[in-house]
Design a protein around this ligand. Structure first.
Ligand SMILES: Cc1ncc(COP(=O)(O)O)c(C=O)c1O
Length: 272
């Protein structure tokens, strides 16, 4: 069962227009929210980011009560031990070009099964750059084709995530995750000015572990003592290989501590 605009419908009947601006030009924003045993994690932060992303595109503010209602109904109709809820909010039916129409926005809330990630993973660096000067920097838009291409390249190389530099050659983020490194005992993550998304997990890890934001050259990946990824579905996940470089002791001590802190604090408060 999927929520479309204002009602729950069977997945076979859940449709939006072929002229929806989200479909034709990627004029939309989204959130992925984790749900454990039918209960969401950090939903308020996700809704706030959905609004920030929508405003960045010039879309009307999404109605949080309506999104919450959709999330609740989708969770109730699809009981899952670990679910990934996808909230998609687009410009609605529009002309065929980049200009947006005047029709109402489209809201879809869907859920899929998720599996718990392994504690360690491999990542692949990719030659394509994040543009920290982009008109949509920091917005979680549905224009994710660059991420599709980069993630496929990483997967072909046996990695579960691709890591991007930005146009200045600094470490930025993954296709769907933020990155942290340990250098001389200090836990560091790229600043938002690198062009990375303001990940919700990233911010919680900063708040809970005392990690610092920094400008980091991309080649920090060649010498960092530890590396980990953060995202809604990865939580904190240690990196055991970057390209051909093995980090044989992953998860290292700093990563293990961040993992434990995240597990404990996120269990204590489901909407931090
Ligand atoms: C490009 C990008 N960076 C980082 C993240 C991690 O953000 P969060 O921790 O809010 O899931 C995501 C998440 O989905 C993302 O799409």
């Amino acid at each position: 069962m999927i929520w479309v605009n204002d009602s729950l419908v069977d997945s076979t009947a859940a449709t939006v227009s072929v002229l929806d601006h989200g479909l034709t030009v990627g004029d939309g924003v989204f959130e992925t929210v984790k749900a454990v045993d039918g209960r969401t994690f950090a939903l308020t932060r996700h809704l706030d980011r959905l609004t920030r992303s929508a405003r960045g595109l010039g879309l009307a503010d999404p109605d949080h009560d309506q999104v919450r209602e959709g999330v609740e109904q989708v969770l109730r109709a699809n009981p899952l031990p670990l679910g990934r809820i996808r909230v998609t909010y687009t410009g609605g039916v529009s002309p065929l070009g980049s200009e947006r129409g005047t029709d109402p926005t489209t809201l879809v809330v869907a859920i899929g099964t998720a599996t718990r990630r392994p504690d360690t993973t491999a990542v692949r660096t990719v030659p394509w750059r994040r543009n920290e000067h982009s008109a949509v920097v920091g917005l979680k838009t549905t224009s994710y084709a660059e991420n599709v291409v980069a993630l496929a390249a990483a997967n072909r190389a046996g990695a579960s995530e691709a890591l991007f530099a930005n146009t200045a050659g600094q470490l930025c983020e993954g296709t769907g995750s933020n990155v942290f490194v340990v250098l001389d005992g200090a836990l560091l993550t790229p600043r938002l000015s690198s062009g990375c998304l303001a990940g919700i997990t990233r911010q919680l890890v900063i708040d809970w572990s005392g990690a610092e934001e920094a400008d980091l050259p991309f080649d920090v990946l060649d010498r960092a003592d530890e590396i980990f990824l953060t995202s809604t579905l990865r939580d904190v996940q240690a990196v055991a290989r970057v390209d051909d470089r093995e980090l044989t002791t992953a998860p290292g001590p700093v990563t293990l501590k961040a993992m434990a802190q995240f597990a404990e604090r996120s269990a204590d408060d489901l909407d931090p």
